[in-house]
Design a protein around this ligand. Structure first.
Ligand code: CP3
Length: 345
């Protein structure tokens, strides 16, 4: 039986003549209509917790461009907040959180059973989106992977090298692993509830997986992803899962098989020809145009887009950027990328 939605067909392993396309951070500051709705909400967090407005910004790039998937508008840091961490955003700088670095601070966080009330508005956004989205558009839910979420909870902010999280791993491995375990269990409940509310695919963002090497990668990137995916597959066997161990490099090889993910999302530090040979052999891949092309545009954008489509044409592929689109991107370049992908080879 053939599934209709192109993203679901690619995730089921089908090689399509034209890859379906969506874009990380497709609802974002490069769009004037996003900035207007965010101003109406008051600020970024109020937007995340307002189901009507969060659904509205999720729909904006679908209306403007006709992407094949919509991604729930929310943030990976809402889960730490549900666990009891303080969270706020400093304009122009990024997120700030109360830090977790001691056994007492870890013990003071909420249990897995006490997060759902806080997250209820997110599930309401998912329900609205399933009503409002066009029939052909797939709805993707998401969460941060435990390591990436832990790096923010330990440091209290984004860090260039995830130094505070690596330091806690060495200084107090019990607290570090206790935190990772709590996030893992909470993420299973969070994603499961998104699926119950109507998410058709879920994606696990491990933005800082690349800073884990060797054994640490296996223990803190691969094993938590496998635990989450195994638990979700037991409850929701038909829901495909995309894993994004960003900057994993040669550790992308075999990651889908080892974790049970249906698709691995690739960042643009790996070449598409290498990934076609070494990663796509195991199934669907997503990626991996450098997001700078959304700023610079021109023939280089067209050539690079075609090269990626061609490299992955022999197997299941979902076209995307290698990371989120940036606020300085030109909306016209997004249209040019989509046109190039859909023009075919
Ligand atoms: O992809 C999507 O459009 C879905 C929504 C989404 C957002 N954040 C909205 C957002 C998703 C999937 C995320 C994931 C996320 N959030 C990650 C993992 C993916 C990645 O990009 O590596 C991380 C590390 C975060 C944490 C976070 N949120 C940071 C570090 C920042 C500040 C950086 C910045 O771009 O300003 C955010 C804010 C954020 N999350 C914005 C959006 C649209 C910008 C907020 C604004 O409107 O001012």
């Amino acid at each position: 039986m053939t599934k209709q939605k192109t993203i679901l067909r690619a995730l089921a392993g089908e090689t399509l003549p034209t890859p379906p396309i969506w874009m990380m951070r497709q609802a974002g500051r490069y769009l004037p209509e996003y900035r207007a709705t965010r101003a109406q909400a008051g600020d970024f967090l109020k937007l995340c917790y307002n189901p009507d407005l969060a659904a509205e910004v999720t729909l904006q790039p679908i209306r403007r461009y006709g992407f094949d998937a919509a991604i729930l508008f929310a943030d990976i840091l809402l889960l730490p907040q549900a666990l009891g961490a303080d969270l706020w955003f400093v304009t122009g700088e990024g997120p700030r959180l109360s830090t977790i670095t001691t056994p007492n601070e870890l013990a003071a966080l909420k249990g897995v059973d006490d997060i759902q009330e806080h997250l209820a508005p997110i599930y309401e956004t998912v329900r609205i989106l399933r009503q409002e989205l066009p029939d052909e558009t797939t709805l993707i839910g998401f969460a941060g992977a435990p390591w990436t979420v832990a790096t923010y909870m330990i440091a209290g902010r984004g860090t260039p090298d995830q130094g505070p999280a690596h330091a806690l791993m060495r200084a107090d491995v019990a607290t570090f692993e206790g935190l990772l375990n709590l996030i893992t269990k909470a993420t299973i409940e969070y994603l499961s509830a998104q699926i119950d509310a109507g998410a058709e695919v879920v994606k696990l963002f491990d933005s800082w997986a690349g800073s884990l090497k060797g054994d640490a990668f296996d223990k803190y990137a691969l094993a938590p992803a496998r635990e989450i995916i195994t638990a979700l597959k037991a409850r929701h066997p038909d829901t495909p899962i995309i894993a994004f161990p960003r900057e994993a490099g040669d550790r992308y090889v075999g990651f889908a098989k080892a974790t049970g993910a249906d698709c691995v999302a690739l960042d643009n530090s790996v070449s598409a020809t290498w990934a076609a040979k070494n990663v796509q052999v195991d199934g669907c891949v997503q990626g991996n145009l450098a997001s700078r092309h959304m700023v610079t545009g021109g023939q280089e954008l067209v050539d690079e887009t075609r090269a990626i489509v061609d490299a992955f044409a022999g197997g299941p592929h979902i076209f995307n950027l290698g990371h989120g689109i940036t606020p300085d991107a030109d909306p016209e370049n997004v249209a040019l990328m989509i046109e190039t992908v859909r023009a075919g080879g």
